[in-house]
Design a protein around this ligand. Structure first.
Ligand code: MTE
Length: 321
């Protein structure tokens, strides 16, 4: 998470900042009945946005599994991001998000399962009851945000494909298309971004696939149209813009773990007792809380120890970090 690209991304590929910053304003204008024609040239900006990002998602039930912490502002959640496929700076993802085409979008599910196949994003949105889950996302870089996700349990989707007894882990892959994800033109990481979970972690009710945030369809910079959220693990496990999910027998490759195994473990459970080799994990700052806000104490499993510590019984969490 702290690597610089060798060359900057060419300006021709950059959406001018004023365009992406004005998107919200434009959406509000459209909703107020102005219509695209009335927006004139600005209508073109609006239609160039990732399809349907920002649309309201109706009928969302609040989840009892939500934290009662104050959510980070929508502005911070959508403008301070890690998504290396869109650049290594925090504001790159919002700038490049319009290049990512999220419709149509298909996820292939294969490997050790009786019913492998493909599922389209529309079927995912209509086929699984979506709810609002407010989770704290604790990044390994020692900052966090509180995000009102929209999503559903990953396990509900996995069950449809009937995993066999050979399925011990689940592997995930992000879209690999340098035209839409210009950061992939540089070998900053090995592409596509990959992540993995043990089967019991994947089936845990706290693990969700997110399709939106703040009651709206997910923006590109946050991993549209479908990303993983595992609230007791560091943020890098929560892989974005997923196109493939595979049931596998042994521990699958995970991008950051492969790249720097001594710094980023496969399990990546939030653990204040295991420092990152280059910084402490004992506390973190909340993005948007202000420069002088006191740092917050990091809790084991990001505060979810009651629900998930039993998954790791008997494991040395300093070794399997
Ligand atoms: N997924 C992909 N495909 N590429 C990435 O670079 N970054 C990870 C994770 N998922 C990343 C990714 C990291 S380090 C974090 S902290 C979270 O996404 C950030 O999610 P957010 O930008 O929605 O807050």
């Amino acid at each position: 998470m702290l690597i610089k690209p060798p060359t900057p991304i060419p300006p021709s590929e950059i959406t001018p900042k004023e365009h992406w910053l004005r998107r919200r304003e434009l959406m509000a204008g459209a909703a107020a009945g102005l219509g695209l024609a009335a927006l004139g040239g600005l209508g073109a900006v609006l239609t160039a946005r990732p399809a349907r990002a920002g649309d309201k998602i109706p009928g969302l039930a609040p989840s009892p599994l939500s934290t009662d912490e104050k959510p980070t502002s929508l502005e911070d959640v959508t403008s301070y991001n890690n998504f290396y496929e869109m650049g290594t700076e925090k504001d790159d993802p919002a700038r490049y998000a319009s290049l990512l085409q999220t419709r149509p979008w298909t996820v292939r599910v294969d490997g050790a399962c009786a019913a492998p196949g493909e599922i389209g994003i529309e079927d995912i949105l209509t086929g699984f009851p979506q709810e609002e889950r407010i989770y704290r996302l604790r990044c390994v870089e020692a900052w966090a945000m509180v995000i009102p996700w929209v999503g559903f349990p990953l396990g509900d989707l996995l069950k449809r494909f009937q995993p066999t007894s050979q399925a011990k882990f689940v592997a995930f892959e992000t879209l690999h298309d340098p035209k839409q994800l210009p950061g992939q033109k540089r070998a900053v990481l090995e592409w596509p971004y990959r992540e993995g979970l043990r089967m019991d972690e994947a089936m845990h009710p706290l693990t969700i696939l997110a399709t939106g945030l703040y009651g709206e369809v997910l923006p590109g910079q946050n991993g549209a149209p479908l990303r993983l959220v595992v609230p007791w693990k560091y943020g890098f496990k929560s892989i974005k813009s997923i196109v493939r999910i595979s049931f596998v027998e042994s521990q699958p490759p995970a991008t950051w773990n492969q790249m720097q195994p001594d710094e980023y473990g496969f399990y990546a459970n939030v653990n204040p007792a295991v420092d990152h080799p280059r910084w402490s994990q004992k506390s973190h700052r909340i993005i948007g809380a202000g420069l002088f806000a006191p740092k917050q104490k990091t809790l084991p499993f990001n505060g979810y120890a009651d629900q998930v510590a039993s998954l790791y019984e008997g494991m040395d969490l300093k070794r399997f970090f």
